[in-house]
Design a protein around this ligand. Structure first.
Ligand SMILES: [Zn+2]
Ligand SMILES: [Zn+2]
Length: 290
């Protein structure tokens, strides 16, 4: 079976994605409520009870809100680093979790996948990004990052599909009347979030012949628009001649269509060279229940 990836939601209000292989069913972050996560999983014919684990990038509420009920009640293993565990425990006092700790920068296995972890600059205890390696392709997760680093680019270069933050449009953020100056400063700081322009630049550094699908996520509801984020990043990739990358904007309200990664076949999409061993495209039957 090919790897199936569903971005269940992504935005400043909540982030979670689901990745499934033959032997691993993973939630990546658990923003928003456990009830909403259950509903989104049911929408693709899956249930939280079958999860192998939840990978947590960092402790901000838009990434861990659903843990209290979901992970503790069902005792789903939570994969995070030590400082993130401590921060989660402070938020969910008297809740018992099944933590599986990793050291930032290390890789670990869950079922048949290997998860690479790497540090990202963001105002959390020890925030990380992930590259999930499978026999059928690699999927990267990079949200909540203040600025691009060489390490991040290096770690994500092998990705076939990538979720990348495009948080705000600089002008919309500047003109926003809801946020005080101090909050705006935090957002644009080197440990805040990526603007569309910064995301476009980073996408240009990460892109390789193997990258087939790029999700833009963690868009601010007030200070960004999907069309602005999409245009900024698409234009940057086009200028580089990277016409093989399909760019899609993720939203907090509606899950993206499930994506399948697998060994190359005649269905390989958008490639000029044709020498890749992988294919990335829509799943023929993403809603098959088990
Ligand atoms: Zn976030
Ligand atoms: Zn954050």
């Amino acid at each position: 079976m090919a790897v199936q990836l569903t971005i269940l939601a992504s935005g400043s209000s909540g982030n979670r994605a689901y990745l499934e292989t033959d032997d691993a069913r993973l939630l990546i972050d658990a923003g928003l409520s456990a009830r909403q996560i259950r509903q989104r999983l049911l929408g693709i014919g899956r249930t939280p009870e079958k999860l192998s684990g939840i990978l947590v990038t960092h402790e901000h509420s838009d990434h861990v809100q659903g843990l209290g009920v979901l992970a503790s009640k069902l005792q789903i293993p939570i994969y995070c680093n030590r400082l993130t565990r401590e921060a989660i425990e402070l938020q969910f006092r008297e809740t018992r979790f099944d933590f599986r700790l990793f050291s930032t920068g290390a890789s670990f296995a869950v079922g048949d996948v290997l998860v690479d972890t790497f540090s990202v600059p963001h105002d959390a205890y020890d925030p990380v990004g992930f590259l999930i390696r499978t026999a059928d392709g690699n999927v990267g997760f990079l949200t909540d990052i203040g600025h691009a680093t060489k390490l991040v680019v290096e770690r994500l270069r092998p990705a076939h599909a990538l979720l990348l933050e495009a948080n705000h449009d600089l002008k919309l953020l500047q003109d926003d009347t809801k946020r005080p100056w101090s909050v705006k400063q935090r957002i644009v700081s080197r440990h805040g979030h990526l603007s569309n322009e910064a995301a476009a630049s980073l996408a240009g550094q990460i892109v390789s012949a193997d990258l087939a699908h790029l999700y833009l996520g963690h868009l601010s509801a007030d200070c960004n628009r999907p069309d602005l984020a999409h245009r900024a990043v698409s234009d940057s990739l086009l200028r580089l001649g990277a016409t093989h990358v399909r760019v899609e904007t993720a939203t907090p309200s509606v899950p993206c269509a499930t994506l399948c990664l697998g060994k190359a076949s005649e269905s390989v999409i958008g490639r000029d060279g044709g020498d890749t061993p992988f294919s990335v495209g829509p799943c023929p039957s993403p809603r098959a229940a088990y």
